[in-house]
Design a protein around this ligand. Sequence first.
Ligand code: URA
Length: 426
Amino acid sequence: MDAIDVIVTKRDGRELSAEQIDWVVDAYTRGVVADEQMSSLAMAILLNGMNRREIAGWTQAMIRSGARMDWSALPGRTTDKHSTGGVGDKITLPLAPLVAACGGYVPQLSGRGLGHTGGTLDKLESIPGWRASLSNDEMLDVLGRAGAVVCAAGEGLAPADRKLYALRDVTGTVESIPLIASSIMSKKIAEGTGALVLDVKVGSGAFMKTVDRARELATTMVELGTDAGVRTVALLTAMDRPLGRTVGNALEVAESVEVLAGGGPADVVELTVRLAREMLDAAGLSGGKDPERALQDGSAMDVWRRMISAQGGDPDARLPRAAETLEVTAASSGVLTRLDAYGVGLAAWRLGAGRERKEDPVSFGAGVVLHAGLGDRVREGQPLMTLHTDEASRFERALAALDGAYVVGEHAGPDPLPLVIDRVTA
Ligand code: URA
Protein backbone atom coordinates (compact mmCIF):
# COMPACT_ATOMS: atom_id res chain seq x y z
CA MET A 1 0.00 0.00 0.00
CA ASP A 2 1.29 3.47 -0.61
CA ALA A 3 -0.02 6.93 0.21
CA ILE A 4 -0.01 8.19 -3.38
CA ASP A 5 -2.37 5.38 -4.52
CA VAL A 6 -4.81 6.29 -1.74
CA ILE A 7 -4.64 10.02 -2.55
CA VAL A 8 -5.11 9.42 -6.31
CA THR A 9 -8.09 7.11 -5.70
CA LYS A 10 -9.94 9.85 -3.82
CA ARG A 11 -8.65 12.66 -6.04
CA ASP A 12 -10.26 10.85 -9.00
CA GLY A 13 -13.56 10.55 -7.16
CA ARG A 14 -13.39 6.80 -6.51
CA GLU A 15 -14.31 4.87 -3.35
CA LEU A 16 -11.54 4.02 -0.88
CA SER A 17 -11.35 0.32 0.03
CA ALA A 18 -11.51 -0.80 3.67
CA GLU A 19 -7.84 -1.83 3.41
CA GLN A 20 -6.80 1.58 2.08
CA ILE A 21 -8.62 3.37 4.91
CA ASP A 22 -7.23 1.13 7.67
CA TRP A 23 -3.72 1.44 6.29
CA VAL A 24 -3.67 5.19 5.72
CA VAL A 25 -5.15 6.12 9.14
CA ASP A 26 -2.76 3.77 10.95
CA ALA A 27 0.29 4.81 8.89
CA TYR A 28 -0.49 8.50 9.44
CA THR A 29 -0.79 7.99 13.21
CA ARG A 30 2.59 6.22 13.22
CA GLY A 31 4.23 8.98 11.16
CA VAL A 32 4.76 6.76 8.09
CA VAL A 33 2.38 8.87 5.98
CA ALA A 34 3.60 12.48 6.01
CA ASP A 35 1.51 15.55 6.94
CA GLU A 36 1.64 16.85 3.36
CA GLN A 37 0.26 13.54 2.05
CA MET A 38 -2.54 13.45 4.63
CA SER A 39 -3.44 17.08 3.93
CA SER A 40 -3.71 16.26 0.22
CA LEU A 41 -5.97 13.29 1.03
CA ALA A 42 -8.08 15.41 3.41
CA MET A 43 -8.58 17.97 0.63
CA ALA A 44 -9.57 15.21 -1.82
CA ILE A 45 -12.10 13.95 0.77
CA LEU A 46 -13.42 17.50 1.29
CA LEU A 47 -13.92 17.93 -2.47
CA ASN A 48 -15.17 14.43 -3.39
CA GLY A 49 -16.79 13.22 -0.16
CA MET A 50 -17.04 9.71 1.28
CA ASN A 51 -19.98 7.30 1.33
CA ARG A 52 -21.51 5.73 4.46
CA ARG A 53 -19.24 2.67 4.32
CA GLU A 54 -16.10 4.76 3.91
CA ILE A 55 -17.06 7.14 6.76
CA ALA A 56 -17.81 4.21 9.09
CA GLY A 57 -14.47 2.56 8.19
CA TRP A 58 -12.59 5.84 8.69
CA THR A 59 -14.23 6.35 12.10
CA GLN A 60 -13.46 2.79 13.24
CA ALA A 61 -9.83 3.17 12.10
CA MET A 62 -9.51 6.35 14.20
CA ILE A 63 -11.08 4.59 17.22
CA ARG A 64 -8.59 1.70 16.83
CA SER A 65 -5.69 4.18 16.88
CA GLY A 66 -6.12 4.55 20.65
CA ALA A 67 -7.78 3.30 23.81
CA ARG A 68 -11.48 2.61 24.29
CA MET A 69 -13.02 3.37 27.67
CA ASP A 70 -15.13 0.81 29.46
CA TRP A 71 -17.81 1.62 32.03
CA SER A 72 -19.12 -1.89 32.58
CA ALA A 73 -18.06 -1.72 36.26
CA LEU A 74 -20.79 0.88 36.87
CA PRO A 75 -24.12 -0.39 38.25
CA GLY A 76 -26.19 1.55 35.66
CA ARG A 77 -26.39 2.78 32.08
CA THR A 78 -24.22 5.49 30.56
CA THR A 79 -25.56 8.29 28.40
CA ASP A 80 -23.86 11.40 27.05
CA LYS A 81 -24.38 14.54 24.98
CA HIS A 82 -22.19 16.27 22.45
CA SER A 83 -22.78 19.77 21.18
CA THR A 84 -21.15 21.06 18.01
CA GLY A 85 -20.59 24.30 19.93
CA GLY A 86 -22.10 27.73 20.10
CA VAL A 87 -22.19 31.09 21.83
CA GLY A 88 -23.37 30.92 25.45
CA ASP A 89 -23.72 27.13 25.17
CA LYS A 90 -23.24 26.18 28.80
CA ILE A 91 -25.80 23.35 28.66
CA THR A 92 -23.37 20.57 29.69
CA LEU A 93 -22.97 22.20 33.12
CA PRO A 94 -26.57 21.82 34.32
CA LEU A 95 -27.30 18.84 32.03
CA ALA A 96 -24.71 16.31 33.26
CA PRO A 97 -25.76 16.53 36.95
CA LEU A 98 -29.44 16.69 35.96
CA VAL A 99 -29.30 13.42 34.03
CA ALA A 100 -27.35 11.80 36.88
CA ALA A 101 -30.06 12.95 39.31
CA CYS A 102 -32.60 11.14 37.11
CA GLY A 103 -30.71 7.82 37.06
CA GLY A 104 -28.17 7.98 34.21
CA TYR A 105 -24.38 7.85 34.44
CA VAL A 106 -22.79 10.64 32.39
CA PRO A 107 -19.12 10.19 31.38
CA GLN A 108 -18.50 13.46 29.56
CA LEU A 109 -15.12 14.07 27.93
CA SER A 110 -14.97 17.72 26.93
CA GLY A 111 -12.66 20.19 25.25
CA ARG A 112 -11.40 23.72 25.54
CA GLY A 113 -12.62 26.63 23.44
CA LEU A 114 -10.93 27.87 20.31
CA GLY A 115 -12.21 30.89 18.39
CA HIS A 116 -15.54 32.52 19.20
CA THR A 117 -17.20 29.50 20.87
CA GLY A 118 -16.35 28.65 24.48
CA GLY A 119 -15.15 25.32 25.83
CA THR A 120 -16.79 23.47 28.70
CA LEU A 121 -13.45 22.87 30.48
CA ASP A 122 -12.59 26.60 30.41
CA LYS A 123 -15.95 27.36 32.03
CA LEU A 124 -15.52 24.79 34.79
CA GLU A 125 -11.92 25.85 35.42
CA SER A 126 -13.23 29.23 36.56
CA ILE A 127 -14.40 27.41 39.73
CA PRO A 128 -11.53 27.71 42.23
CA GLY A 129 -9.70 24.39 42.68
CA TRP A 130 -11.56 22.46 39.96
CA ARG A 131 -9.33 20.04 38.03
CA ALA A 132 -10.00 18.98 34.40
CA SER A 133 -7.38 16.22 34.09
CA LEU A 134 -8.31 12.89 35.66
CA SER A 135 -6.89 9.40 35.29
CA ASN A 136 -9.28 6.65 34.17
CA ASP A 137 -9.52 5.39 37.76
CA GLU A 138 -10.34 8.90 39.02
CA MET A 139 -13.04 9.23 36.34
CA LEU A 140 -14.62 5.97 37.43
CA ASP A 141 -14.44 7.08 41.06
CA VAL A 142 -16.15 10.46 40.36
CA LEU A 143 -18.77 8.74 38.20
CA GLY A 144 -19.47 6.20 40.94
CA ARG A 145 -19.76 8.89 43.63
CA ALA A 146 -21.58 11.65 41.73
CA GLY A 147 -23.16 9.91 38.72
CA ALA A 148 -21.55 12.42 36.34
CA VAL A 149 -18.04 13.49 35.45
CA VAL A 150 -16.90 16.22 33.07
CA CYS A 151 -13.17 16.13 32.33
CA ALA A 152 -10.50 16.43 29.63
CA ALA A 153 -10.14 13.64 27.07
CA GLY A 154 -6.80 11.89 27.67
CA GLU A 155 -4.06 11.72 25.04
CA GLY A 156 -4.85 8.05 24.44
CA LEU A 157 -8.34 8.57 23.02
CA ALA A 158 -8.43 8.53 19.18
CA PRO A 159 -4.88 9.91 18.71
CA ALA A 160 -5.35 9.71 14.92
CA ASP A 161 -8.10 12.32 15.22
CA ARG A 162 -5.99 14.53 17.45
CA LYS A 163 -3.26 14.61 14.81
CA LEU A 164 -5.62 14.91 11.84
CA TYR A 165 -7.75 17.66 13.40
CA ALA A 166 -4.65 19.81 14.03
CA LEU A 167 -3.66 19.29 10.38
CA ARG A 168 -7.15 20.11 9.06
CA ASP A 169 -7.16 23.27 11.13
CA VAL A 170 -4.23 24.69 9.14
CA THR A 171 -5.04 23.25 5.68
CA GLY A 172 -8.58 24.53 5.03
CA THR A 173 -10.09 21.06 5.44
CA VAL A 174 -12.19 21.42 8.60
CA GLU A 175 -15.50 21.96 6.76
CA SER A 176 -15.95 18.45 5.38
CA ILE A 177 -19.02 16.67 6.76
CA PRO A 178 -17.42 13.16 6.55
CA LEU A 179 -14.31 14.44 8.36
CA ILE A 180 -16.24 16.40 11.03
CA ALA A 181 -18.64 13.50 11.65
CA SER A 182 -15.86 10.90 11.92
CA SER A 183 -13.78 13.22 14.13
CA ILE A 184 -16.58 13.82 16.65
CA MET A 185 -17.94 10.28 16.62
CA SER A 186 -14.56 8.53 16.90
CA LYS A 187 -14.03 10.32 20.23
CA LYS A 188 -17.59 9.75 21.46
CA ILE A 189 -17.62 6.05 20.53
CA ALA A 190 -14.14 5.54 22.07
CA GLU A 191 -15.45 7.25 25.22
CA GLY A 192 -17.61 4.16 25.66
CA THR A 193 -21.04 5.70 26.27
CA GLY A 194 -24.05 3.45 25.69
CA ALA A 195 -26.31 6.24 24.42
CA LEU A 196 -25.58 9.60 22.86
CA VAL A 197 -27.58 12.74 22.10
CA LEU A 198 -26.08 15.17 19.61
CA ASP A 199 -26.94 18.86 19.80
CA VAL A 200 -26.16 20.13 16.31
CA LYS A 201 -26.22 23.91 16.34
CA VAL A 202 -27.45 25.95 13.35
CA GLY A 203 -26.85 29.62 12.63
CA SER A 204 -24.28 32.41 12.57
CA GLY A 205 -22.69 31.36 15.88
CA ALA A 206 -22.34 27.70 14.83
CA PHE A 207 -20.15 25.57 12.59
CA MET A 208 -23.17 24.80 10.42
CA LYS A 209 -24.78 27.97 9.06
CA THR A 210 -27.80 26.35 7.38
CA VAL A 211 -30.42 23.84 8.47
CA ASP A 212 -29.64 21.63 5.43
CA ARG A 213 -25.92 21.32 6.26
CA ALA A 214 -26.71 20.74 9.94
CA ARG A 215 -29.21 17.99 9.02
CA GLU A 216 -26.64 16.30 6.79
CA LEU A 217 -24.04 16.36 9.59
CA ALA A 218 -26.60 15.12 12.14
CA THR A 219 -27.74 12.26 9.88
CA THR A 220 -24.14 11.19 9.20
CA MET A 221 -23.31 11.17 12.93
CA VAL A 222 -26.51 9.35 13.90
CA GLU A 223 -25.71 6.65 11.29
CA LEU A 224 -22.15 6.32 12.61
CA GLY A 225 -23.30 5.97 16.22
CA THR A 226 -26.03 3.50 15.33
CA ASP A 227 -23.65 1.37 13.20
CA ALA A 228 -21.26 1.26 16.18
CA GLY A 229 -23.99 0.04 18.57
CA VAL A 230 -24.47 3.39 20.39
CA ARG A 231 -28.10 4.52 20.63
CA THR A 232 -27.78 7.92 18.97
CA VAL A 233 -30.28 10.75 18.43
CA ALA A 234 -29.64 14.31 17.23
CA LEU A 235 -31.46 17.60 17.75
CA LEU A 236 -30.90 20.56 15.45
CA THR A 237 -31.04 23.67 17.65
CA ALA A 238 -30.89 27.42 17.06
CA MET A 239 -27.58 29.28 17.26
CA ASP A 240 -28.56 32.40 15.32
CA ARG A 241 -28.72 34.22 18.70
CA PRO A 242 -26.76 33.45 21.90
CA LEU A 243 -28.12 30.85 24.30
CA GLY A 244 -29.19 32.32 27.63
CA ARG A 245 -28.13 35.69 28.98
CA THR A 246 -24.39 35.16 29.57
CA VAL A 247 -21.39 34.51 27.33
CA GLY A 248 -18.04 33.95 29.08
CA ASN A 249 -16.60 31.38 31.45
CA ALA A 250 -17.44 32.33 35.06
CA LEU A 251 -20.54 34.25 33.89
CA GLU A 252 -21.87 31.03 32.32
CA VAL A 253 -21.09 28.99 35.43
CA ALA A 254 -23.17 31.43 37.50
CA GLU A 255 -26.07 31.12 35.02
CA SER A 256 -25.83 27.31 35.09
CA VAL A 257 -26.02 27.34 38.89
CA GLU A 258 -29.19 29.47 38.61
CA VAL A 259 -30.70 26.77 36.37
CA LEU A 260 -29.72 24.06 38.87
CA ALA A 261 -31.37 26.16 41.59
CA GLY A 262 -34.66 26.02 39.66
CA GLY A 263 -34.38 29.43 37.91
CA GLY A 264 -32.34 30.71 34.96
CA PRO A 265 -33.28 31.86 31.45
CA ALA A 266 -36.20 30.06 29.78
CA ASP A 267 -34.23 28.95 26.70
CA VAL A 268 -31.42 27.38 28.76
CA VAL A 269 -33.95 25.58 30.97
CA GLU A 270 -35.98 24.38 27.96
CA LEU A 271 -32.97 22.99 26.10
CA THR A 272 -31.45 21.41 29.23
CA VAL A 273 -34.69 19.61 30.07
CA ARG A 274 -35.28 18.53 26.46
CA LEU A 275 -31.76 17.12 26.09
CA ALA A 276 -32.02 15.40 29.50
CA ARG A 277 -35.23 13.65 28.41
CA GLU A 278 -33.60 12.59 25.14
CA MET A 279 -30.51 11.25 26.96
CA LEU A 280 -32.61 9.28 29.43
CA ASP A 281 -34.87 7.97 26.67
CA ALA A 282 -31.92 6.89 24.50
CA ALA A 283 -30.53 4.95 27.48
CA GLY A 284 -33.90 3.32 28.23
CA LEU A 285 -34.19 5.26 31.51
CA SER A 286 -37.18 7.48 30.84
CA GLY A 287 -39.39 5.90 33.53
CA GLY A 288 -37.46 7.53 36.42
CA LYS A 289 -37.58 11.00 37.93
CA ASP A 290 -38.62 13.74 35.50
CA PRO A 291 -35.82 16.27 34.78
CA GLU A 292 -38.10 19.26 35.41
CA ARG A 293 -38.74 17.96 38.94
CA ALA A 294 -35.04 17.29 39.55
CA LEU A 295 -34.30 20.97 38.86
CA GLN A 296 -37.03 22.09 41.26
CA ASP A 297 -36.41 19.67 44.15
CA GLY A 298 -32.65 20.35 44.47
CA SER A 299 -31.51 16.84 43.49
CA ALA A 300 -29.69 18.06 40.35
CA MET A 301 -27.97 20.74 42.46
CA ASP A 302 -26.88 18.07 44.96
CA VAL A 303 -25.20 16.11 42.15
CA TRP A 304 -23.53 19.29 40.84
CA ARG A 305 -22.02 19.99 44.25
CA ARG A 306 -20.77 16.40 44.58
CA MET A 307 -19.37 16.43 41.05
CA ILE A 308 -17.52 19.75 41.49
CA SER A 309 -16.15 18.80 44.95
CA ALA A 310 -15.00 15.38 43.71
CA GLN A 311 -12.76 17.17 41.20
CA GLY A 312 -11.24 19.51 43.80
CA GLY A 313 -13.58 22.45 43.16
CA ASP A 314 -15.33 24.50 45.82
CA PRO A 315 -18.98 24.89 44.78
CA ASP A 316 -19.41 27.71 47.32
CA ALA A 317 -16.35 29.73 46.27
CA ARG A 318 -16.78 33.22 44.81
CA LEU A 319 -16.35 33.07 41.06
CA PRO A 320 -13.76 35.34 39.39
CA ARG A 321 -15.09 38.73 38.32
CA ALA A 322 -13.61 40.98 35.64
CA ALA A 323 -12.02 44.25 36.75
CA GLU A 324 -13.80 46.50 34.23
CA THR A 325 -17.34 46.76 32.92
CA LEU A 326 -19.04 48.82 30.22
CA GLU A 327 -22.76 49.13 29.56
CA VAL A 328 -24.14 49.15 26.01
CA THR A 329 -27.47 51.00 25.87
CA ALA A 330 -30.28 51.29 23.32
CA ALA A 331 -29.88 54.36 21.09
CA SER A 332 -33.66 54.48 20.50
CA SER A 333 -36.86 52.90 21.75
CA GLY A 334 -38.29 49.91 19.87
CA VAL A 335 -37.93 46.13 19.57
CA LEU A 336 -34.66 44.17 19.64
CA THR A 337 -34.93 42.60 16.17
CA ARG A 338 -31.40 41.29 15.83
CA LEU A 339 -28.98 39.80 18.37
CA ASP A 340 -26.43 37.93 16.35
CA ALA A 341 -24.70 34.98 17.99
CA TYR A 342 -21.46 35.36 16.05
CA GLY A 343 -21.12 39.09 16.84
CA VAL A 344 -21.74 38.56 20.57
CA GLY A 345 -19.39 35.55 20.63
CA LEU A 346 -16.67 37.55 18.90
CA ALA A 347 -17.12 40.42 21.37
CA ALA A 348 -16.79 38.02 24.34
CA TRP A 349 -13.70 36.50 22.77
CA ARG A 350 -12.12 39.92 22.25
CA LEU A 351 -12.91 40.81 25.87
CA GLY A 352 -10.67 37.89 26.85
CA ALA A 353 -13.15 35.02 27.33
CA GLY A 354 -11.62 32.94 24.52
CA ARG A 355 -8.18 32.17 23.17
CA GLU A 356 -6.46 32.78 19.84
CA ARG A 357 -3.92 29.95 20.09
CA LYS A 358 -4.27 26.66 21.93
CA GLU A 359 -1.65 27.62 24.52
CA ASP A 360 -3.20 31.02 25.41
CA PRO A 361 -4.84 31.48 28.83
CA VAL A 362 -8.45 32.67 29.08
CA SER A 363 -9.79 35.38 31.36
CA PHE A 364 -12.38 33.69 33.59
CA GLY A 365 -14.36 36.83 34.40
CA ALA A 366 -14.51 38.25 30.86
CA GLY A 367 -17.59 38.14 28.64
CA VAL A 368 -20.99 39.63 27.90
CA VAL A 369 -24.15 39.75 30.03
CA LEU A 370 -27.29 40.35 27.97
CA HIS A 371 -30.11 42.36 29.53
CA ALA A 372 -32.56 42.02 26.65
CA GLY A 373 -33.46 39.12 24.38
CA LEU A 374 -34.52 38.91 20.76
CA GLY A 375 -38.04 40.34 20.35
CA ASP A 376 -37.97 42.28 23.65
CA ARG A 377 -39.29 45.84 23.75
CA VAL A 378 -36.61 48.32 24.89
CA ARG A 379 -36.56 52.02 25.75
CA GLU A 380 -33.98 54.58 24.62
CA GLY A 381 -31.06 54.57 27.07
CA GLN A 382 -31.98 51.17 28.52
CA PRO A 383 -28.97 48.83 29.07
CA LEU A 384 -28.91 46.10 26.39
CA MET A 385 -25.76 44.36 27.61
CA THR A 386 -22.77 44.74 29.93
CA LEU A 387 -19.27 43.97 28.70
CA HIS A 388 -16.81 42.50 31.25
CA THR A 389 -13.03 42.46 30.85
CA ASP A 390 -9.81 42.64 32.85
CA GLU A 391 -8.28 45.16 30.43
CA ALA A 392 -10.25 48.29 29.51
CA SER A 393 -8.24 48.55 26.26
CA ARG A 394 -10.23 45.56 24.96
CA PHE A 395 -13.56 47.42 24.92
CA GLU A 396 -12.93 49.16 21.61
CA ARG A 397 -12.48 45.97 19.57
CA ALA A 398 -15.37 44.27 21.39
CA LEU A 399 -17.65 47.20 20.50
CA ALA A 400 -16.48 46.91 16.87
CA ALA A 401 -17.53 43.22 16.91
CA LEU A 402 -20.98 44.29 18.10
CA ASP A 403 -21.39 46.84 15.30
CA GLY A 404 -24.44 45.61 13.36
CA ALA A 405 -24.76 42.57 15.63
CA TYR A 406 -27.79 44.03 17.41
CA VAL A 407 -30.57 46.17 15.98
CA VAL A 408 -33.39 48.01 17.72
CA GLY A 409 -36.17 48.39 15.14
CA GLU A 410 -39.53 50.12 15.21
CA HIS A 411 -41.48 46.90 14.68
CA ALA A 412 -40.98 43.24 15.53
CA GLY A 413 -38.70 41.43 13.06
CA PRO A 414 -39.28 38.08 11.34
CA ASP A 415 -39.76 35.09 13.65
CA PRO A 416 -36.42 33.69 14.88
CA LEU A 417 -35.54 30.02 14.37
CA PRO A 418 -37.40 27.80 16.88
CA LEU A 419 -35.06 26.71 19.71
CA VAL A 420 -35.41 23.05 18.67
CA ILE A 421 -35.62 22.95 14.88
CA ASP A 422 -35.67 19.22 14.18
CA ARG A 423 -34.92 15.77 15.57
CA VAL A 424 -32.91 13.18 13.63
CA THR A 425 -33.01 9.46 14.42
CA ALA A 426 -31.67 6.36 12.68
N1 URA B 1 -15.10 19.13 16.50
C1 URA B 1 -14.34 18.03 16.38
O1 URA B 1 -14.05 17.35 17.36
N2 URA B 1 -13.93 17.68 15.15
C2 URA B 1 -14.21 18.38 14.05
O2 URA B 1 -13.81 18.01 12.96
C3 URA B 1 -14.99 19.53 14.20
C4 URA B 1 -15.43 19.88 15.45
